[in-house]
Design a binder for this molecule. Sequence first.
Ligand code: SF4
Length: 394
Amino acid sequence: MSAAERSDRAPEGTPLYVHLPFCAAKCHYCDFFSVAGEGQDGPGMVAAILAEARLRAPRRPTTVFLGGGTPSYLSEAELRALLDGLQEVTDFRASATEVTAECNPESLTLEKARLMRALGVNRVSIGFQSLQPEVLELFGRVHGVDESFRAFEHARAAGFERVNVDLIYAHPGHSRASWERDLARVLALGSEHLAAYNLSFEEETPFERWMAEGKLHPLPEELELELFALTRELTARAGRPAYEISNYAKPGEACRHNVNYWRNGEYLGLGPSAASKVGFTRSGNVRSIALYRRAIERGETAAAWSETPSPALRLAETWWLGLRLVEGVEPALARRTAGWPEDAHDVFAERAAALAEEGWLERRANAFALSARGLPLADTLARRFFELVDDPAS
Ligand code: SF4
Protein backbone atom coordinates (compact mmCIF):
# COMPACT_ATOMS: atom_id res chain seq x y z
CA MET A 1 0.00 0.00 0.00
CA SER A 2 1.41 3.41 -0.85
CA ALA A 3 1.95 6.03 1.81
CA ALA A 4 -0.89 8.10 0.36
CA GLU A 5 -3.35 5.22 0.73
CA ARG A 6 -2.44 4.37 4.31
CA SER A 7 -4.67 5.80 6.94
CA ASP A 8 -2.40 6.28 9.95
CA ARG A 9 -3.55 9.78 10.60
CA ALA A 10 -4.43 10.81 14.12
CA PRO A 11 -8.15 11.34 14.81
CA GLU A 12 -9.65 14.62 13.66
CA GLY A 13 -9.17 17.40 16.20
CA THR A 14 -6.06 15.95 17.86
CA PRO A 15 -3.71 18.77 18.98
CA LEU A 16 -0.68 19.05 16.71
CA TYR A 17 2.95 19.70 17.69
CA VAL A 18 5.66 20.42 15.10
CA HIS A 19 9.33 20.23 16.06
CA LEU A 20 11.72 22.48 14.13
CA PRO A 21 15.20 21.39 15.20
CA PHE A 22 17.33 24.37 14.14
CA CYS A 23 18.62 27.18 16.38
CA ALA A 24 21.07 30.03 15.88
CA ALA A 25 23.40 28.24 18.33
CA LYS A 26 23.08 25.55 20.98
CA CYS A 27 22.40 26.92 24.48
CA HIS A 28 24.57 25.49 27.24
CA TYR A 29 21.69 24.23 29.41
CA CYS A 30 19.49 22.80 26.66
CA ASP A 31 18.70 19.11 26.21
CA PHE A 32 15.99 19.49 23.59
CA PHE A 33 16.81 17.91 20.27
CA SER A 34 18.17 20.90 18.33
CA VAL A 35 21.30 21.79 16.38
CA ALA A 36 22.95 24.98 15.16
CA GLY A 37 21.14 25.74 11.90
CA GLU A 38 24.10 27.12 9.95
CA GLY A 39 24.57 25.03 6.80
CA GLN A 40 21.52 22.84 7.50
CA ASP A 41 18.92 22.12 4.84
CA GLY A 42 15.89 24.16 5.98
CA PRO A 43 13.73 23.58 2.88
CA GLY A 44 14.52 19.84 3.05
CA MET A 45 13.44 19.69 6.70
CA VAL A 46 10.19 21.53 5.96
CA ALA A 47 9.50 19.14 3.06
CA ALA A 48 10.14 16.13 5.32
CA ILE A 49 7.82 17.46 8.04
CA LEU A 50 5.09 18.04 5.47
CA ALA A 51 5.59 14.53 4.12
CA GLU A 52 5.21 13.19 7.66
CA ALA A 53 2.14 15.40 8.12
CA ARG A 54 0.49 13.75 5.12
CA LEU A 55 1.05 10.37 6.77
CA ARG A 56 0.14 11.16 10.35
CA ALA A 57 -1.25 14.64 11.04
CA PRO A 58 -4.85 14.98 12.21
CA ARG A 59 -7.35 16.93 10.20
CA ARG A 60 -8.71 20.02 11.92
CA PRO A 61 -6.43 20.08 15.01
CA THR A 62 -7.83 22.10 17.92
CA THR A 63 -4.42 23.61 18.71
CA VAL A 64 -1.09 23.80 16.89
CA PHE A 65 2.28 24.41 18.53
CA LEU A 66 5.46 25.06 16.53
CA GLY A 67 8.31 24.32 18.91
CA GLY A 68 11.87 23.20 18.82
CA GLY A 69 14.47 24.30 18.28
CA THR A 70 13.59 27.76 17.13
CA PRO A 71 10.74 28.03 14.62
CA SER A 72 11.54 31.73 14.05
CA TYR A 73 14.99 30.65 12.81
CA LEU A 74 13.29 29.44 9.60
CA SER A 75 13.48 31.82 6.66
CA GLU A 76 10.34 33.60 5.54
CA ALA A 77 10.07 31.27 2.53
CA GLU A 78 10.41 28.20 4.80
CA LEU A 79 7.80 29.52 7.23
CA ARG A 80 5.41 30.12 4.36
CA ALA A 81 6.00 26.66 2.90
CA LEU A 82 5.53 25.04 6.32
CA LEU A 83 2.36 26.86 7.35
CA ASP A 84 0.71 26.77 3.91
CA GLY A 85 1.63 23.09 3.65
CA LEU A 86 0.15 22.32 7.08
CA GLN A 87 -2.97 24.21 6.10
CA GLU A 88 -3.36 22.08 3.00
CA VAL A 89 -3.00 18.85 4.98
CA THR A 90 -4.93 19.77 8.14
CA ASP A 91 -7.07 22.90 7.56
CA PHE A 92 -5.77 24.18 10.91
CA ARG A 93 -6.62 27.80 10.10
CA ALA A 94 -10.32 26.93 10.28
CA SER A 95 -10.12 24.63 13.30
CA ALA A 96 -7.36 25.67 15.72
CA THR A 97 -8.26 28.19 18.40
CA GLU A 98 -4.60 28.57 19.29
CA VAL A 99 -1.57 28.42 16.98
CA THR A 100 1.67 29.13 18.85
CA ALA A 101 5.18 29.63 17.48
CA GLU A 102 8.23 29.63 19.74
CA CYS A 103 10.54 32.48 18.80
CA ASN A 104 13.91 33.77 19.84
CA PRO A 105 14.78 37.47 19.96
CA GLU A 106 17.57 37.34 17.40
CA SER A 107 15.31 35.94 14.69
CA LEU A 108 11.90 37.49 15.42
CA THR A 109 12.07 40.40 12.98
CA LEU A 110 9.04 42.59 12.36
CA GLU A 111 8.70 41.05 8.89
CA LYS A 112 8.70 37.52 10.26
CA ALA A 113 6.22 38.42 13.00
CA ARG A 114 3.88 39.92 10.39
CA LEU A 115 4.30 36.93 8.12
CA MET A 116 3.56 34.43 10.90
CA ARG A 117 0.46 36.37 11.88
CA ALA A 118 -0.71 36.42 8.24
CA LEU A 119 -0.07 32.67 7.94
CA GLY A 120 -2.34 31.80 10.85
CA VAL A 121 -0.12 31.95 13.95
CA ASN A 122 -2.03 33.75 16.72
CA ARG A 123 0.30 33.36 19.71
CA VAL A 124 4.06 33.73 20.04
CA SER A 125 6.31 32.62 22.83
CA ILE A 126 9.53 34.62 23.09
CA GLY A 127 12.63 33.26 24.84
CA PHE A 128 13.96 36.19 26.86
CA GLN A 129 15.49 33.79 29.46
CA SER A 130 17.33 36.53 31.39
CA LEU A 131 17.69 40.30 31.54
CA GLN A 132 21.31 40.05 32.67
CA PRO A 133 23.89 40.23 29.83
CA GLU A 134 26.41 38.07 31.68
CA VAL A 135 23.76 35.44 32.36
CA LEU A 136 22.73 35.37 28.70
CA GLU A 137 26.39 34.79 27.90
CA LEU A 138 26.67 32.02 30.48
CA PHE A 139 23.55 30.42 28.98
CA GLY A 140 25.11 30.57 25.49
CA ARG A 141 22.30 32.75 24.19
CA VAL A 142 23.12 34.74 21.07
CA HIS A 143 20.85 37.75 21.72
CA GLY A 144 21.11 40.75 23.99
CA VAL A 145 18.58 42.10 26.45
CA ASP A 146 17.50 44.96 24.16
CA GLU A 147 16.80 42.49 21.36
CA SER A 148 14.35 40.63 23.61
CA PHE A 149 12.34 43.79 24.25
CA ARG A 150 12.52 44.68 20.55
CA ALA A 151 11.18 41.22 19.61
CA PHE A 152 8.28 41.77 22.01
CA GLU A 153 7.52 45.10 20.29
CA HIS A 154 7.63 43.39 16.90
CA ALA A 155 5.10 40.82 18.07
CA ARG A 156 2.75 43.53 19.25
CA ALA A 157 3.27 45.64 16.12
CA ALA A 158 2.42 42.59 14.02
CA GLY A 159 -0.88 42.27 15.87
CA PHE A 160 -0.20 39.42 18.31
CA GLU A 161 -2.63 39.76 21.19
CA ARG A 162 -1.35 36.66 22.92
CA VAL A 163 2.34 36.74 23.80
CA ASN A 164 4.30 34.57 26.20
CA VAL A 165 7.68 35.50 27.65
CA ASP A 166 10.01 32.69 28.78
CA LEU A 167 12.43 33.26 31.65
CA ILE A 168 14.87 31.02 33.52
CA TYR A 169 15.63 31.71 37.16
CA ALA A 170 17.68 30.18 39.98
CA HIS A 171 20.83 30.09 37.88
CA PRO A 172 24.23 30.14 39.58
CA GLY A 173 24.71 33.45 41.36
CA HIS A 174 21.06 34.50 41.10
CA SER A 175 19.84 36.77 43.89
CA ARG A 176 16.42 37.72 45.19
CA ALA A 177 16.99 41.42 44.44
CA SER A 178 18.00 40.84 40.83
CA TRP A 179 15.09 38.43 40.17
CA GLU A 180 12.59 40.79 41.76
CA ARG A 181 13.82 43.66 39.58
CA ASP A 182 13.90 41.69 36.33
CA LEU A 183 10.57 39.99 36.90
CA ALA A 184 8.94 43.36 37.60
CA ARG A 185 10.41 44.70 34.36
CA VAL A 186 9.04 41.79 32.34
CA LEU A 187 5.64 41.91 34.04
CA ALA A 188 5.43 45.63 33.22
CA LEU A 189 5.51 44.69 29.53
CA GLY A 190 1.98 43.35 29.97
CA SER A 191 2.39 40.00 28.23
CA GLU A 192 -0.65 37.76 28.64
CA HIS A 193 1.50 34.83 29.69
CA LEU A 194 4.78 34.18 31.44
CA ALA A 195 6.71 30.93 31.77
CA ALA A 196 9.42 30.97 34.46
CA TYR A 197 11.42 27.78 34.84
CA ASN A 198 14.06 27.17 37.44
CA LEU A 199 17.33 26.15 35.85
CA SER A 200 17.97 22.42 35.76
CA PHE A 201 21.25 20.73 34.97
CA GLU A 202 20.22 18.26 32.28
CA GLU A 203 22.26 15.22 31.30
CA GLU A 204 24.82 15.60 28.56
CA THR A 205 24.72 19.38 28.50
CA PRO A 206 27.71 21.70 29.05
CA PHE A 207 25.95 22.87 32.25
CA GLU A 208 25.95 19.35 33.67
CA ARG A 209 29.64 18.95 32.80
CA TRP A 210 30.57 22.32 34.29
CA MET A 211 28.74 21.44 37.46
CA ALA A 212 30.58 18.09 37.70
CA GLU A 213 33.88 19.91 37.17
CA GLY A 214 33.03 22.36 39.94
CA LYS A 215 32.90 25.33 37.56
CA LEU A 216 29.21 25.98 38.16
CA HIS A 217 27.48 25.82 41.50
CA PRO A 218 23.71 25.28 41.69
CA LEU A 219 21.83 27.74 43.84
CA PRO A 220 21.13 26.55 47.41
CA GLU A 221 17.72 24.87 47.54
CA GLU A 222 16.33 27.34 50.12
CA LEU A 223 17.10 30.28 47.84
CA GLU A 224 15.60 28.47 44.86
CA LEU A 225 12.39 27.93 46.84
CA GLU A 226 12.42 31.55 47.92
CA LEU A 227 12.65 32.70 44.29
CA PHE A 228 9.84 30.30 43.34
CA ALA A 229 7.60 31.74 46.08
CA LEU A 230 8.52 35.29 45.03
CA THR A 231 7.59 34.48 41.41
CA ARG A 232 4.15 33.28 42.47
CA GLU A 233 3.62 36.35 44.62
CA LEU A 234 4.71 38.94 42.03
CA THR A 235 2.86 37.32 39.13
CA ALA A 236 -0.35 37.05 41.16
CA ARG A 237 -0.05 40.68 42.19
CA ALA A 238 0.41 41.61 38.52
CA GLY A 239 -2.81 39.82 37.53
CA ARG A 240 -1.08 36.76 36.05
CA PRO A 241 -1.42 34.09 38.73
CA ALA A 242 0.08 30.65 38.38
CA TYR A 243 -2.07 28.07 36.60
CA GLU A 244 0.74 25.52 36.54
CA ILE A 245 3.94 25.12 38.52
CA SER A 246 6.02 27.21 36.09
CA ASN A 247 3.34 28.99 34.07
CA TYR A 248 1.45 32.21 34.80
CA ALA A 249 -1.30 33.91 32.81
CA LYS A 250 -4.05 36.48 32.77
CA PRO A 251 -7.48 34.85 33.22
CA GLY A 252 -8.37 32.88 30.07
CA GLU A 253 -4.84 33.18 28.67
CA ALA A 254 -3.37 29.82 29.73
CA CYS A 255 -1.65 27.98 26.88
CA ARG A 256 -4.39 25.61 25.70
CA HIS A 257 -1.94 23.34 23.89
CA ASN A 258 0.19 22.81 26.99
CA VAL A 259 -2.80 22.45 29.33
CA ASN A 260 -3.80 19.47 27.19
CA TYR A 261 -0.40 17.84 27.97
CA TRP A 262 -0.87 18.36 31.69
CA ARG A 263 -4.37 16.87 31.46
CA ASN A 264 -2.69 13.87 29.82
CA GLY A 265 -4.63 14.41 26.60
CA GLU A 266 -3.77 13.11 23.16
CA TYR A 267 -1.46 14.90 20.72
CA LEU A 268 0.42 14.19 17.53
CA GLY A 269 4.02 15.33 17.12
CA LEU A 270 5.78 15.82 13.78
CA GLY A 271 9.50 16.29 13.22
CA PRO A 272 12.68 14.70 14.63
CA SER A 273 12.38 13.71 18.32
CA ALA A 274 8.71 14.76 18.50
CA ALA A 275 6.59 12.71 20.91
CA SER A 276 3.00 11.67 20.31
CA LYS A 277 0.19 10.20 22.35
CA VAL A 278 -2.64 8.76 20.31
CA GLY A 279 -5.18 6.60 22.06
CA PHE A 280 -3.21 5.02 24.89
CA THR A 281 -0.06 4.60 22.81
CA ARG A 282 2.89 6.92 23.21
CA SER A 283 5.68 7.15 20.68
CA GLY A 284 8.66 9.31 19.85
CA ASN A 285 10.46 10.08 16.61
CA VAL A 286 14.16 9.42 16.16
CA ARG A 287 16.53 12.10 17.50
CA SER A 288 18.55 12.44 14.30
CA ILE A 289 17.93 14.70 11.34
CA ALA A 290 19.50 12.28 8.85
CA LEU A 291 17.61 9.20 10.14
CA TYR A 292 14.37 11.14 10.40
CA ARG A 293 14.60 12.37 6.83
CA ARG A 294 15.64 8.99 5.48
CA ALA A 295 12.64 7.26 7.10
CA ILE A 296 10.16 9.89 5.97
CA GLU A 297 11.55 10.04 2.43
CA ARG A 298 11.00 6.27 2.19
CA GLY A 299 7.41 6.72 3.31
CA GLU A 300 8.13 4.95 6.59
CA THR A 301 7.44 5.98 10.15
CA ALA A 302 10.25 7.87 11.91
CA ALA A 303 9.28 6.47 15.33
CA ALA A 304 12.24 5.29 17.41
CA TRP A 305 10.04 3.91 20.17
CA SER A 306 6.41 3.20 20.94
CA GLU A 307 4.69 1.83 24.03
CA THR A 308 1.26 1.37 25.49
CA PRO A 309 1.49 1.70 29.28
CA SER A 310 -0.73 -0.32 31.59
CA PRO A 311 -3.94 1.32 32.89
CA ALA A 312 -2.30 1.74 36.33
CA LEU A 313 0.71 3.52 34.87
CA ARG A 314 -1.57 5.71 32.76
CA LEU A 315 -3.55 6.68 35.83
CA ALA A 316 -0.38 7.44 37.84
CA GLU A 317 0.82 9.64 34.99
CA THR A 318 -2.48 11.45 34.85
CA TRP A 319 -2.10 12.31 38.55
CA TRP A 320 1.57 13.26 38.19
CA LEU A 321 0.90 15.63 35.28
CA GLY A 322 -2.40 16.96 36.56
CA LEU A 323 -1.08 17.90 39.97
CA ARG A 324 1.15 20.43 38.21
CA LEU A 325 -2.03 22.36 37.41
CA VAL A 326 -3.68 24.68 39.92
CA GLU A 327 -7.04 23.15 38.87
CA GLY A 328 -5.73 19.80 40.14
CA VAL A 329 -7.05 16.35 39.29
CA GLU A 330 -10.63 15.14 39.39
CA PRO A 331 -10.50 11.40 40.16
CA ALA A 332 -13.42 10.43 37.88
CA LEU A 333 -12.00 12.43 34.99
CA ALA A 334 -8.54 10.96 35.59
CA ARG A 335 -9.98 7.44 35.42
CA ARG A 336 -11.68 8.21 32.10
CA THR A 337 -8.51 9.80 30.68
CA ALA A 338 -6.47 6.76 31.68
CA GLY A 339 -9.04 4.20 30.51
CA TRP A 340 -9.22 2.77 34.04
CA PRO A 341 -11.69 -0.14 34.14
CA GLU A 342 -14.99 1.13 35.54
CA ASP A 343 -15.39 -1.68 38.04
CA ALA A 344 -11.78 -1.51 39.29
CA HIS A 345 -11.04 -0.14 42.72
CA ASP A 346 -9.33 3.28 42.46
CA VAL A 347 -6.36 3.17 44.83
CA PHE A 348 -5.05 6.39 43.30
CA ALA A 349 -8.02 8.44 44.48
CA GLU A 350 -7.56 6.83 47.91
CA ARG A 351 -3.90 7.87 47.91
CA ALA A 352 -4.95 11.44 47.01
CA ALA A 353 -7.41 11.49 49.92
CA ALA A 354 -4.69 10.25 52.27
CA LEU A 355 -2.27 12.94 51.05
CA ALA A 356 -4.99 15.52 51.59
CA GLU A 357 -5.41 14.26 55.17
CA GLU A 358 -1.68 14.78 55.66
CA GLY A 359 -1.92 18.33 54.29
CA TRP A 360 0.08 17.82 51.06
CA LEU A 361 -2.98 18.11 48.83
CA GLU A 362 -6.19 20.04 49.24
CA ARG A 363 -9.66 19.51 47.85
CA ARG A 364 -10.79 22.03 45.25
CA ALA A 365 -14.39 21.44 44.08
CA ASN A 366 -14.30 17.78 42.93
CA ALA A 367 -10.55 17.83 42.45
CA PHE A 368 -7.40 17.36 44.48
CA ALA A 369 -4.67 19.98 44.04
CA LEU A 370 -1.30 20.64 45.64
CA SER A 371 -1.61 22.61 48.86
CA ALA A 372 0.79 25.47 49.66
CA ARG A 373 2.74 22.96 51.73
CA GLY A 374 2.80 20.35 48.95
CA LEU A 375 3.69 22.75 46.14
CA PRO A 376 7.50 22.67 46.50
CA LEU A 377 7.33 18.86 46.76
CA ALA A 378 5.38 18.11 43.58
CA ASP A 379 7.85 15.50 42.29
CA THR A 380 8.18 13.71 45.62
CA LEU A 381 4.40 13.56 45.94
CA ALA A 382 4.08 12.25 42.37
CA ARG A 383 6.24 9.28 43.41
CA ARG A 384 3.57 8.38 45.97
CA PHE A 385 1.28 7.68 42.99
CA PHE A 386 3.87 5.82 40.92
CA GLU A 387 4.61 3.45 43.80
CA LEU A 388 1.03 2.22 43.45
CA VAL A 389 1.64 1.06 39.88
CA ASP A 390 3.67 -2.04 40.77
CA ASP A 391 2.08 -2.64 44.11
CA PRO A 392 -1.50 -1.37 44.27
CA ALA A 393 -1.72 -2.51 47.90
CA SER A 394 1.20 -0.38 49.10
S1 SF4 B 1 17.17 28.27 21.54
FE1 SF4 B 1 15.88 26.92 22.78
S2 SF4 B 1 15.85 24.94 21.73
FE2 SF4 B 1 17.53 26.16 20.84
S3 SF4 B 1 19.32 25.50 21.97
FE3 SF4 B 1 18.53 27.32 23.01
S4 SF4 B 1 17.10 26.52 24.61
FE4 SF4 B 1 17.54 24.85 23.15
